[in-house]
Design a binder for this molecule. Structure first.
Ligand SMILES: [Ca+2]
Ligand SMILES: [Ca+2]
Length: 270
């Protein structure tokens, strides 16, 4: 009996070793889905920018003056300064955009990213709320969403964002006429707010009745507890042909050895 147990332990240890080797050898293919949970004619979101990093890039802080990268996201939806700032802080991070077009009420977008999951364990997102002067969604704490465990395995299936978590960048004063993404608005006439980043969703109701750039009349309908976004995460199974073949050969050889040992043990017992 002891010989059989020894064989199983060896088998388990070798399988674990091969699995670990496979995880370290290749990044995971992570499918990210973003859904708008906003009711019809409510707010939309500009392109949804995302990053998978080690948790050291912190784009903004509540009650502090917004940085240029987050102002660019909040006032115009652009990640042109946000991506380089992220990459400068974390050269190994995976950066991209889930929804390249505006995410309208009820809309869904999906994209797949190659992520070194044992290193880049944390998920960060940033997108402008439209219409608005300088409202955005994003995580203040870069370690808020630990998608992957220390070993690199996916441990978060989804996250949701509520209306009460919408930010005002504090950089542009509320001004319906000069907001971005409103028909007839002139964003070049915006006025500085000289304030700090803080929660604010109530101001969005000030845009009610205006036609947005995506062609519908806004009715924000938001309460703080309303869920407005859901991100879902799934690791795509991509078998490594060489690793799989090696595993199968290894398992077959071990199974053969275990059978021989079991047979030998049985014979000895008799
Ligand atoms: Ca922060
Ligand atoms: Ca503002």
């Amino acid at each position: 009996m002891s010989r059989i147990f020894c064989g199983r332990r060896t088998l388990a240890a070798l399988s674990l070793g091969l699995a670990t080797l496979g995880a370290q050898a290749a990044p995971v293919q992570l499918r990210v889905t973003v859904e708008s949970l906003v009711p019809a004619n409510g707010i939309s979101f500009a392109p949804m920018h995302v990053g998978f990093g080690n948790g050291s890039f912190d784009a903004f802080n509540r009650n502090s003056v917004a940085t240029a990268p987050i102002i660019s996201v909040a006032e115009g939806g652009s990640a042109s300064p946000w991506f380089p700032a992220f990459a400068a802080a974390e050269p190994g991070a995976t950066l991209g955009t889930v929804a390249a077009a505006p995410l309208q009420p009820g809309g869904v977008f999906m994209n797949t990213f190659s992520v070194e999951s044992a290193v880049n364990r944390f998920f960060t997102f940033a997108s402008m709320v439209v219409p608005s002067n300088d409202f955005f969604v994003g995580n203040d704490d870069p370690m808020e969403y630990a998608l992957f465990g220390a070993g690199g395995a996916l441990q978060l299936a989804s996250i949701t964002v509520r209306a009460g978590e919408i930010w005002d960048a504090g950089s542009e004063a509320f001004d319906v006429a000069n907001a971005a993404f409103v028909v007839g608005g002139n964003n070049d006439l915006r006025t500085p707010q000289n304030a700090v980043v803080d929660f604010n969703f109530a101001e969005l109701a000030g845009f009610n009745g205006l036609t947005t750039a995506t062609g519908y009349v806004l009715n924000s309908q938001l309460r703080a507890e309303d869920e407005i976004l859901r991100f879902s995460f799934a690791v795509q199974a991509v078998p490594e042909p060489a690793t799989t073949a090696l595993t199968l050969v290894g398992l077959a050889a071990l199974g053969f050895t275990a059978r021989r040992r079991r047979h030998a043990g049985t014979t000895a017992a008799l």
